[in-house]
Design a protein around this ligand. Sequence first.
Ligand code: CA
Length: 231
Amino acid sequence: MSQQPHILIVEDEPSIAEVTKLYLQRAGYGVTVLADGQEALAFLARGTPDLVVLDLMLPGVDGLEITRWLRTRSDVPIIMLTARREETDRVLGFEMGADDYVVKPFSPRELVSRVRAVLRRTRGASAVSGQDDVLTFEALTIDPNTRQVQVKEREVSLTAREFDLLYLLARHPRQVFNRDRLLDLVWGMNEYIDPSTVTVHVRRLREKIEADPSHPRHILTVWGVGYKFEP
Ligand code: CA
């Protein structure tokens, strides 16, 4: 824990990756650089760095997909690197839980100061325990570290997708997600899945975590739009 913070840079443009690495190392950070999305996923599956600097357009798996994947597992801070024209992706990245973004071309000094600011902001909670925050709402407890859910202190067994769906909604209280968005964020963008899958999973989640599944307290339907989590 006393070691220097470790930063993963995922960037496929060598010149940007190199200069960013140099500046972050000079600022006292440990740095790993990867150029490929698939490699980044493999790296992140083995362990979590203290912060990820993530280019959006990557070969293999793109930055949005990596953000989505990371956020079902961890609250590691993410700073996106985006091109000016990628504004829609930037917004999507934020919705998925990125912490900040820097628009290319950027000055390496600016990136270093963003990294410092984001680490300052996020370390408070995670530096103490090295873990992600447990979410608690009245009788409902969601622990992303163990992926366990309790209702009235009783363990509830959820499938991996059910957990991911619940955790995503609960991390963004009152934010409305439509079915397509939930499919993208929880199931991924690479395969076609029938939107009614979301409906089925919401129903099962309610049966498992709601005291009265037909009058849900937490997972609410926003008619004609989608779903939201009410804390
Ligand atoms: Ca790129």
